[in-house]
Design a protein around this ligand. Structure first.
Ligand code: MG
Length: 161
C-alpha cells in the first residue's frame, strides 16, 4: 500500500502601492505589491509550508528565519528549491498540489496558466498535477479591501521507501 502524506499551508501578506507582486514565481503587473522580508510570494510560502507539513518537518519560518539577513529580498523560488532538496533527501515525491489564491485586484484569470506552468517546471511535475484557483473575497475583509493577498495550498506526497 502507498504511504501517502497530506500537507496544508497558508500565507497572507499586506499589499502596498508601488511594490512588486510575485505569485508562484510569476511577476504580475499591478499597482500594489507585497510588503515582505523576501519577495513576498504568498503562494510559494504556502506551498513550502504544505510540503514541510506533509513530510513531518517544521515550518518555513524555522527553516528560513525572516530575521536572518541572508533571506532579505530572496526569491522564494530559491527557498522552494531548498525545501525540495529536503523532501527528496527524506525520499518523498510529490503526487499533486492544489492552490487557492485570494486577491481582489488585479484579476488573476489572465495569469493562472503562467503560474501553473511555472510551478510545474519548478516542481518537476506534469501540469495536470497542479491546480491553481483564484478567488476574490467579495469586498468584505482585508483581502476584499485589497489590503492583503492570501494563499492556501494543499499537497499530497508519497514516501518512496
Ligand atoms: Mg509569507
Amino acid at each position: 500500500m502507498s504511504d501517502l502524506r497530506i500537507g496544508l499551508g497558508t500565507d497572507l501578506h499586506r499589499l502596498e502601492a508601488n511594490l512588486p507582486l510575485v505569485i508562484g514565481g510569476v511577476g504580475i503587473p499591478s499597482p500594489v505589491g507585497c510588503q515582505a522580508h523576501s519577495d513576498g510570494d504568498v503562494l510559494i510560502h504556502a506551498l513550502i509550508d504544505a510540503l514541510f507539513g506533509a513530510c513531518g518537518q517544521s515550518d518555513i519560518g524555522d527553516h528560513f528565519p525572516p530575521s536572518d539577513p541572508q533571506y532579505k529580498g530572496i526569491s522564494s523560488l530559491i527557498l522552494l528549491q531548498r525545501c525540495l532538496e529536503i523532501i527528496r533527501t527524506e525520499d518523498f515525491s510529490i503526487v499533486n498540489i492544489d492552490c487557492v489564491i485570494s486577491l481582489e485586484q488585479p484579476k488573476l484569470f489572465p495569469h493562472k496558466q503562467a503560474i501553473r506552468e511555472n510551478l510545474a517546471q519548478h516542481l518537476g511535475l506534469g501540469i495536470d498535477r497542479i491546480g491553481v484557483k483564484a478567488k476574490t473575497n467579495e469586498a468584505t475583509d482585508a483581502i476584499g479591501q485589497n489590503l492583503a493577498i492570501g494563499a492556501q495550498v494543499i499537497v499530497l506526497l508519497q514516501k518512496n521507501s
